[in-house]
Design a protein around this ligand. Structure first.
Ligand code: 3PG
Length: 381
């Protein structure tokens, strides 16, 4: 595999795919971790006198449509602040070509505004390739996606290489997984249910106990009780049934529910067997917290991805906070990954108490499952 650090980038147009998909609230960055972890790559490109093009997605906007909510403009402003000496510009229309000089950075608007990005469209991949001489893949957190700016571009660009962050994430995770001690406790939550569901079976192979929260847990609970308006995936119920038979999965026994979904919604704690049709599960309850904490205390290795509930709403952050602090205080080797998970780590100020924090969420889980990622195989070729 070619490495960015070994290439001559002098006066070359270098297209660097990063994962700058940071959580935003009212267009303000809640956690800058993914940007901060990408800064060494940007600085390396500056040091090597490249003409720098930075690309990333943010969220999941509707393709072909601009939506301010998903704009990378706040990320561009943050980069300007972090690199005050550098000439950095922002480009909304770049597919037909852009001007970039040596030691200058152009930040591209969200690549997922472009039609065909998530389908790995050939024409779009060619357009990206035409913008540059060298492609650097450094978006570990998006390395499990086969999309035009993460994968397809490699087919048309003169030279492709791996970036420092992607390389170090893969190397570190490999080392950790080879050395992990039992009992291994995996904690999975969050709202991206379908992406994670497909990874559960291989995670269960290496896990002694799996603790679930968020939309994934709701899908399992729905096998036994009605869950009202709660987030879940009907299509995965059969799979959930099979996975539950492993007897390694623990589910919430109580939850914080609401009849509305807003920042000031009131929480009521209820048994999961008692949810009414107009109610929605938004966090785990106190009994579940106690049950999960006992398991966490016994772990030697903890793999954590995703919050237990809607931690952004103050009345529904308690479950996530308790579990996060319990992971932080455990003596186990803890590995956490994912955009929302990092935001939780920031929010509860436990950064220094997690043994390793990966920028990837889905990518981190998929890497644990397959021990590789599609783009790594491609770059090897
Ligand atoms: C993530 O947050 O896990 C990555 O940025 C990938 O985002 P995606 O799940 O929308 O592809």
């Amino acid at each position: 595999m070619l490495h960015m650090k070994d290439l001559n980038l002098e006066n070359k147009r270098v297209f660097i795919r990063l994962d700058l998909n940071v959580p935003l609230k009212n267009n303000k960055i809640i956690s800058s971790e993914r940007i901060d972890r990408s800064l060494p790559t940007i600085k390396l490109a500056l040091k090597k006198n490249a003409k720098i093009i930075l690309a990333s997605h943010l969220g999941r906007p509707k393709e072909g449509q601009y939506d301010k909510k998903f704009s990378l403009f706040p990320v561009f402003k943050y980069l300007k602040k972090k690199l005050p000496e550098v000439n950095i510009t922002f480009s909304k229309k770049y597919l037909e070509g852009i001007n970039v000089n040596t030691h200058q950075i152009v930040v591209l608007e969200n690549v997922r505004f472009n039609c065909g990005e998530t389908d790995n469209n050939i024409d779009l991949s060619k357009q990206y390739a035409n913008l540059c001489d060298i492609f650097v893949m450094d978006a570990f957190a998006t390395a499990h996606r086969i999309e035009s700016s993460t994968y397809g571009i490699c087919n048309f660009v003169q030279k492709s290489c791996i970036g420092p962050l992607l390389y170090s994430e893969v190397k570190t995770l490999k080392n950790i997984l080879n050395k992990s001690k039992h009992p291994i406790v995996t904690i999975i939550g969050g709202a991206k249910v379908s992406t994670k569901f497909n990874l559960l079976s291989s995670l269960l192979k290496i896990t002694d106990t799996m603790l679930l929260g968020g939309g994934i847990a709701n899908t399992f609970i729905s096998l036994f009780y009605p869950i009202g308006k709660s987030l879940y995936e009907k299509n995965f119920q059969n799979k959930a049934k099979t996975l539950y038979k492993t007897k390694k999965i623990l589910l919430p026994i109580d939850s914080r529910v609401s009849t509305s979904y807003s920042i000031d919604s009131i929480a009521t704690i209820k048994s999961v067997s008692n949810i009414l049709p107009h109610e929605e599960i938004l966090d785990i309850g106190n009994k579940t917290v106690q049950k999960y904490k006992k398991i966490i205390q016994q772990a030697k290795t903890i793999l954590w991805n995703g919050p237990m509930g809607v931690f952004e709403f103050p009345n529904f952050s308690k479950g996530t906070e308790e579990i996060a602090k319990s992971i932080a205080n455990s003596t186990a080797f803890s590995v956490a990954g994912g955009g929302d998970t990092i935001a939780v780590i920031d929010l509860f100020n436990i950064y220094k108490k997690i043994s390793y924090i990966s920028t990837g969420g889905g990518a981190f889980l998929e890497f644990i499952e397959n021990k590789t990622l599609p783009i790594l195989e491609k770059l090897k070729k």
